[in-house]
Design a protein around this ligand. Sequence first.
Ligand code: GLU
Length: 454
Amino acid sequence: MMTRFAPSPTGLLHLGNVRTALLNWLYARRYGGQFLLRFEDTDADRSQKVFIEAIRSDLRWLGLDWDGEVKFQSAHAGQHRDALRKLADQGLAYRCFCSEHQLNLDRRLAASRGLPPRYSGRCRELNVQESASRGEREPHVWRLAVHAIEGVVEVPDSLRGSVTFNCADLDDPVVARSDGSFTFLLPNAVDDAIDGITHVLRGDDHLTNSSYQVWLLLHLGYQPPVYLHHGLLLGSDGSKLSKRSGSHSVAELREDGLLPQALLQAMARLGHPNMPEDASLETLVANFTAEHLSTSAVRWQDDELWRWHTRLLHALPVDDWLVRLQHVVPAADAGFAALVQGNLQRIGDALHYARLLDVQVVPDDDAMDVARQVGDAFYAAAIGAWEQHAADGWKAWADAVKQATGAKGRELFMPLRVALSGATHGPEMSGVVAYLGSGGVRARLEDIREKIRI
Ligand code: GLU
């Protein structure tokens, strides 16, 4: 059994691609098969090396490892040409000389008669000699002779049973352009056959493509793969997933410090309702059940992604957490890491507490307002109380400040928190005090007095 991920290296990996890659990877890992990576790089103008590198790097980051060497569609160019020749020899592919202008007229005429905008079949009737000789001089595309009054194409689909297309409803699709390059249909199908792909998981926007591809493969004497056409991934507003409706590139999410596991979790659960909460990659594999994949569209939710991220962040093992944190806050030490871990939604939030690491850091605006409101006298009293209770910890100190100032509750805790951590929310004060130690607390109290004086 073999599945594949077949991106075109014409852009960065986006959420829709991640879902396709993940589903094909899960299928292979769950059912003991292989997972292939194939770059569909036949569009020479738009394919770029940087995208090949970026896609590989993003897949590695996600932990979606592939088996064997990476494949490139361009390496099979000879087989694609052979396949077209074979179909042409059987009269199953033909040159079409119709101009864009002519095709537009045909489409308008069909529309005015209430007919679907199919190719008229004009060039299909040309005899072989005429077609060949015109082919030497005139620009032309190649079409498949699929449309027929009778006959059906059965697309084997293990989510939908087999899907039947009447040839009468199908078109004669273009497989090769006038510049000789192939459209998606033929190379994609032929490569699946050559690469030994047995299962193709992809969005149901490919269903009609699959009918043409099954037709083509059968006529070439190949066994078509089994398809699993799942429901599409839509934006949170139900429209096609795009930048505007909330799609992201993986590169962008990596830059935002997202944990790869969060993306995998959020994605694997979409359209697969029985995935357990809180699953590792191994658990995702063990619980993946192809039959549970939904054929209805699903919606992407950023909130869900970041909810997973936060949850995973809080549970990261100490060492791993410290390394990640130091990427964002290089001065972070183990004590700081442990102190703030449970208070962050994203790693970058740790910057709110930079004052714990460096007394010079100016508290954020809200925090400064709090400090200014209580004023110098409050902090002078807090220092006095600290002098006596530094060894006794947070509780004793807070009680002493309360005694000295008459402040209580929020009025008592907030100014102290602000002076020490630089923020109005954050880790437990007992932890903050223990982390900063006697000198650290005093230094911050003295510093805040200076800062509110300015
Ligand atoms: N290269 C195609 C794409 O990126 C592959 C589609 C498929 O999965 O067959 O859309």
